[in-house]
Design a protein around this ligand. Sequence first.
Ligand code: 1YM
Length: 641
Amino acid sequence: MINAKNDHYTDSDIQVLEGLEAVRVRPGMYIGSTSEKGLHHLVWEIVDNSIDEALAGFATTIDIKVDKDDVVTVRDDGRGMPVGIHEKTGISTVETIFTVLHAGGKFGGGAYKVSGGLHGVGASVVNALSEWLEVRVFTGGKIYYVRFEDGGKTIAPLRVIGDCAKEESGSEVRFKADPTIFTEGTAYDYKTLYERFRQLAFLNKGIKINFSYEDKEEGLKEHTFHYLGGLKEYVAFLNKNKNKLHDDIIYVEGVDADTNISVEIAMQYNDTYVANIYSFCNNINTIEGGTHEEGFRLALNRIINKYAKDNNFIKKDEDTLQTDDIKEGLTAVISIKHPNPQYEGQTKGKLGNSEVRKVVSNILGEGLERFLLEHPQEARTIIDKAMLASKARLAAKRARESTRKNALEVSSLPGKLVDCSSKDATISEIYIVEGNSAGGSAKMGRDSTFQAVLPLRGKIINVEKARINRIFDNEEIRSMITAFGCGIGDEIDLNKLRYHKIVIMTDADVDGAHICTLMLTFLYRFLRPVIEGGYVYIAMPPLFKVQKGNAVRYAYSDEECEEYKKEFGSGFKIQRYKGLGEMDYKQLWETTLDPKTRTLKRVTIEDAIDADNVFSMLMGDEVEPRRNFITENAHYATLDI
Ligand code: 1YM
């Protein structure tokens, strides 16, 4: 970078270049990875700055555009980044923001950076990892412009390039990720962006996010996210396919004057037996929980028990309700904003600040108590549900104890499991196979040193509609739990997981998809850390075999099949596999088991949440969403529900 004033490199210029160069040498240190996840990080960084400006009360609308050349444009209607010369660097503040690396907190500004936290590495990192990046600032009737190329080198300093309306203000950043850094490609995933922007709009009520995406195949997609109800609307959305136990969503918000921590919580019970509690700090999903969740549980336990005792639902000397009982069927979102968050845990997804516990507990306690007093009928429904859960929990405990005893007395592994010889979990795999015939081929085709097979007989139990004690009665589920070896629910211990690849293998048809959904729902609800740890996969068996003489091709889609037909010209044979059972063991090895040739899809937590949603909707008692789903997915009409 050439200094604007004296045309030669200054010490600070060189420092700047070294800073951005360091980002390019070790991008993973700043954005986690250079895979698709790291790429999306660039967008989050820039959007976070706009969110901050909105949270500071200056911006109302954020426009985000992704075009078909993978160029991202983010614009807000805030104050505009400061265009004056920065005291320390001697260059414009805009340029400083994009060229000076700064650890953590917001550069220059006095206010703390609310968004980010886990990332929050700043705009300069985005610049360093971009092929080019442009900034426009609209302020005081002028449009200011600066462009950087080749990983953050300033082409020319900030200058005025035109006029805008006097009252207009805001910032715009456009960039193209550098393909030499993001070697897996610079294309953004529509769904990932869509879901994050929707989440940001839920978490920051009132902010309007306009999202437009030029899909390379499907053309322009546009969406506006704008939720005046914030978390209330988030919980309504999460519960939309469930039977709600009460109409009014419990909603609490407040700011603690001493610590400046703000707390927002929304919650609503449904008639399932599972808790769905999501927590956020500074807009980051804290998947490992932390002190805000602890404060939430403390208040929930304290207030519900107090109300239950005060109103003689439970006798004073009787066993108090446990938090797990009170959480049954609860959907809740906890969102706090903290000036100085500390994250811990394996994935830095756990909030550690100890003062948060009390702040959340006090704010929720007060709000929840008021809700119960003002809604006696809802209060009764909630407490009845918790009391039933308490009874079921005791029954489950007895069932579990007997299961455990049986497991010790009889052989500890399920009879249907065909285990592998390796005891090293890191190389061991277990194939969960639908149907006995496919199970037979898998047993014969596998490499028995590291591949185990567990055939399931038909469909596993619907975990949403069954209380926990019935789930433990189900043989298929028990087999899986014993085979995995790591326990379940709160007692899970990933160190004891016996296989680091759990592969779900079902037919490539509607029934297979249904069983896969059931499996994912079960794993999501009872073995979530196994999915989060990246241990769950879906096998992708081929749909066709195209053969000419000795040449054999397996096709995994209609398009691929067409390609092979073209390749062979004429005289080929096509076999369509309707099920895994139609493949002999050698074919199964070649296509689906052999690590050298198979395709496995790793299941993400988002896949599991999707499965869970589809599942709740298909199995729930609400007719309307189910009918809509079936009409929209007419080709699935044979689905047996
Ligand atoms: C499309 C991305 O970056 N908007 C944005 C950024 C800033 C401001 C306003 C801003 C902040 C402050 C004062 C302050 C930033 N400013 C800085 C720095 N949109 C986008 N909008 N004036 C304007 O925090 O005090 C960093 S980001 F460093 F100048 F404070």
